[in-house]
Design a protein around this ligand. Structure first.
Ligand SMILES: [Fe+2]
Length: 222
């Protein structure tokens, strides 16, 4: 077992997709045919980048709307709630970029180099994809709460321009985030998990364990 291969050094994801502007990307791509590396590049450089760039804009707008004396009372709690949501979301993306994605990249790289029988992540990919799916669920619950607070982004009467901007941005942000969740939950994670599965008969650790187990039982029977 190559233990050195399990040490992951966080790094910035890069790639050809890094320079592709958001508006040029066709959202209904057949992502299932993409390689794992291309998916990770796209998620980090297009989807995560969009969320990071727009998080500050949304928070500023939510603060302005909450502090606006003419704002509907139901929107006064939007600023603090938005802060917590965006804080959790940015932390979530950082964990994916610092831990899960580098390990997925390393898994693909090592399996390509070593073949199925010589590399395992010891369950790390399974554990972390599960954790990240749980956080996606929690973020989606927050977005549902915002939908309730804003009556599905229906503008209150006599809304300020700031409120209009915020609601438009929130709709756009929600659509982009749900697309990101779809790509991770339904395309990237299943691909990574399939890559992480090792047939038992091909795994030298298991074979070795089975042999030593048999030897032990034989000696006990003597
Ligand atoms: Fe995620």
């Amino acid at each position: 077992m190559d233990t050195k291969a399990n040490v992951i050094i966080p790094k910035q994801a890069g790639g050809a997709l890094a320079q592709v502007p958001m508006e040029k990307v066709i959202m209904r791509q057949d992502f299932s045919s993409w390689s794992i590396e291309s998916l990770v590049d796209y998620i980090v450089n297009i989807q995560h980048r969009y969320c990071k760039e727009n998080a500050a804009i949304i928070y500023d707008l939510a603060q302005k709307v909450a502090n606006d004396g003419t704002t509907h009372p139901s929107l006064t709690g939007l600023g603090p709630a938005m802060f917590l949501f965006l804080h959790d979301l940015l932390n979530h993306m950082k964990k994916e970029e610092d831990i899960l994605f580098p390990n997925i990249r390393q898994l693909v790289k090592n399996k390509r180099r070593s073949g199925k029988a010589k590399y395992t992540t010891f369950g790390l990919i399974k554990e972390w994809t599960g954790l990240m799916q749980g956080e996606h669920h929690s973020c989606c619950n927050d977005l549902d709460l915002f939908s309730q607070l804003t009556n599905n982004c229906m503008l209150p009467a006599h809304s300020s321009n700031c409120c209009k901007l915020l609601f438009n941005k929130m709709k756009e942000f929600k659509a982009a985030f749900l697309m990101n969740v779809h790509l991770e939950n339904n395309v990237l994670f299943p691909k990574a998990l399939a890559e992480d599965e090792e047939p038992e008969e091909d795994n030298p650790v298991n074979v070795e364990f089975r042999n030593s187990d048999v030897d032990r039982k034989r000696s006990q029977n003597k």
